[in-house]
Design a protein around this ligand. Structure first.
Ligand code: CA
Ligand code: CA
Ligand code: ZN
Length: 645
């Protein structure tokens, strides 16, 4: 045992702070904070640099266009041929030749016509929708690119109509100069919004070089300026014509369409960053199902189908750009009940929700785990997650790992312990053996009463170069650490834990780094290779040689990784969502009035729960409640004990 270190000798207050820092952090990798490349701890500091923009705050209410000119036409437009030929692809139109077939129409309040510079629509009034279609059908699947010039008002929108049946039945994709887009379906003359959002990069773009629609089967993908805006599944219209469409929301304005190219889907080029493929290392572990959801775009909704008996969803969305931030704007269960309240203040604990508002996941990735409490056990049907990105860059892939009904048998979790520390207490053969034995003993006390335990434990070891970089490391290297661990030990259905000597966190933008005991994302991103929040970290030096403290921290952080929150947080104001965990409220327990509730003050309540925010003697024999273990055993990393042959 090394001699007592100064920080221990410095007294309880400092020790408490260290412990607090560790455990608070462990819960809050999802928070926003100082380093722009990587959200840091949710230390309740006044200096978070990322502005608390929630996706919903930047979105406008959807406006429904009235779909027809309101005044009588002065000229009767030519009737659309009922037996129209099917266009051969590629179909190319520079809109300079009236022979290409869009109808020229003149009404009292609008005019659409060919000119030297393209096909134009002039609106003389507000709130007109004009759709002009080619007198021919198009193949059901295609990729269409349109170049156009919007008028002068930010609200005037234009785009492409496709799978057109007639003037009252078609899909339409429109953008305006204000950065809004709409993917609509017009059914019987009524417009219904399939998806709509405001995209910052498109603001004040009146020259749209490329508006693009990729249609394959029931999947509709829309892009503007090479940004995948959204992906929607809809089978209302299976095929039909193509046309241009415009809408004057606020008043007189004009539009000009300059170029249209329609090609076979196989001929299209995919803009960089719009599509990626998350790698599921293993085939689905027995008891789980892997659901591929595909790209969602800059604003899209993932629909996860839950079958009767399914027990949990681990949902992961990913952007190619590691700095892009993904927000959850809505989540609903199959009954349509909202699971996410964007105005949630983090204080109430009467309703579980998958994410705290204004606390996006780490950049480049968003991970959710449902259910959060037995009261919200999964129901069969579609769970819907509406996501958007802060900077408008697309979510290029999303997956869900669904845990299917499990027999009430003992469950185990396999662990990878990766040694970056080269402390002999950990790296020598006797050291590893003691670590594994102590871990199993602790698990026996904490998990075994609930039919849970540790399965296979594997040790890995960083190489010399990795040790040099990561043995004593800062938070900015978290992803590098987890990636190196994964490269060495894999990223399948296992709990990855890195053991370093020192781990430092910068709690505020201006503050210096402070060493902490460890951290874990809540929930962590397991199973996929590209996961960015893919490991828990525990730092050995601050344990002062205490192996018990080390394994308790490993289990506590792992429980965060699987989704468990603190029963009570440092402030005594926020609690978990579980009704059977006691809570320690500041209003009754903060005896010394220091605005924190410590392990002594909370002794009559939850100080001896594994997920209490602070460690201490009261945690000598920690426990879990029935609801906590109910959640743990639903995580896909837990699985039935493998049958020995
Ligand atoms: Ca509780
Ligand atoms: Ca106190
Ligand atoms: Zn914690």
């Amino acid at each position: 045992m090394p001699a007592a270190k100064p920080h221990r000798a410095a007294g309880a207050a400092y020790w408490r702070w260290l412990r607090a820092a560790n455990l608070l952090l462990a819960c809050m990798l999802v928070a926003c904070g100082g380093d722009p490349s990587r959200p840091a701890a949710n230390k309740p500091a006044p200096t978070a640099t990322r502005k608390p923009v929630v996706a919903t705050a930047t979105r406008r209410a959807t406006r429904m266009p009235s779909h027809t000119p309101t005044a009588a036409p002065t000229v009767t437009p030519p009737p659309t041929s009922t037996s129209s030929p099917v266009a051969l692809l590629p179909f190319i139109d520079d809109f300079k030749n009236a022979g290409s077939g869009l109808p020229e129409e003149t009404y009292q309040n609008l005019k659409s016509y060919y000119s030297n510079s393209g096909f134009k629509i002039d609106f003389f009034e507000a709130n007109l929708l004009q759709m002009a279609q080619y007198p021919r059908s198009f193949p059901a699947d295609f990729s269409a690119r349109l170049r156009l010039k919007l008028g002068t008002d930010l609200s005037t929108s234009a785009g492409l109509a496709f799978r057109v049946k007639d003037q009252d039945n078609y899909y339409a994709f429109l953008v305006n100069g204000g950065g809004d887009f709409w993917l609509l379906e017009i059914i019987g003359g009524d417009a219904e919004t399939l998806q709509s959002a405001e995209i910052e990069q498109l603001q004040s773009a009146f020259e749209i070089e490329e508006l693009r629609v990729d249609v394959q089967g029931s999947e509709l993908r829309v892009y503007a300026q090479d940004i995948l805006l959204t992906v929607v599944q809809d089978d209302t219209f299976a095929n039909g014509g193509i046309g241009v469409v415009g809408w004057s929301e606020k008043g007189a304005d004009n539009l000009r369409f300059a170029q249209l190219d329609v090609v076979e889907p196989a001929q299209r080029s995919v803009p960089a960053g719009s599509q990626c493929t998350l790698t599921l290392d293993d085939s689905a572990q027995p008891g789980t199902r892997q659901v591929r959801l595909g790209a969602l775009g800059a604003d899209g909704t993932a629909n996860v189908l839950i079958e009767p008996g399914d027990e949990s969803i681990l949902f992961i969305a990913h952007t190619a750009n590691p700095l892009e931030v993904i927000y959850l704007s809505a989540a609903t269960d199959p009954a349509g009940t909202e699971l996410y309240n964007p105005n949630y203040d983090g204080i109430q604990n009467d309703l579980a929700q998958p994410l705290l508002p204004a606390l996006p996941s780490a950049a480049g990735e968003l991970t959710l785990f449902l259910p959060l409490a037995p009261a919200q056990a999964l129901q069969p049907g579609f769970y819907k997650f509406s996501l958007s990105t802060e900077g408008g860059e697309p979510i290029c892939d999303a997956v869900a790992i669904v845990r299917i009904e499990s027999a009430p048998v003992r469950q185990v979790i396999d662990m990878n312990l990766w040694l970056v520390s080269d402390a002999p207490q950990l790296t020598t053969a006797p050291g590893r053996q003691l670590l594994e034995e102590t871990l199993r003993q602790s698990a026996q006390t904490i998990l075994e009463p609930h039919g849970l335990s540790i399965g296979a434990v594997q040790f890995g070891e960083a190489n010399a170069a990795q040790r040099a970089r990561l043995q004593r490391m800062g938070d900015a290297q978290y992803e590098e650490l987890c990636s190196a661990l994964k490269a060495d030990m894999g990223s399948g259905y296992k709990m990855n834990v890195a053991l370093v000597d020192e781990y430092r966190i910068q709690f505020t933008a201006a503050g210096t780094e402070e060493p902490v005991l460890g951290l874990a994302p809540q929930p962590g991103t397991a199973i996929i290779t590209e996961g960015r929040n893919s490991c828990a970290v525990v730092a050995w030096e601050l344990m002062d040689g205490d192996m018990q403290e080390l394994v308790a921290t490993i289990i506590h952080e792992s429980a965060h990784f699987l989704g468990l929150a603190h029963t009570t947080d440092e402030d005594g104001l926020s609690f978990d969502y579980l009704s059977d965990t006691p809570q320690c409220s500041a209003s009754s327990a903060d005896a010394d009035g220091d605005k924190t509730v410590d392990v002594v003050e909370c002794a009559p309540f939850d100080a001896n729960n594994l997920m209490f925010w602070q460690s201490g003697r009261q945690q000598a024999s920690v426990n879990l409640t029935a609801q906590q273990s109910w959640l743990l055993r639903r995580h896909p990393l837990f699985h039935p004990v493998p049958q020995t042959p």
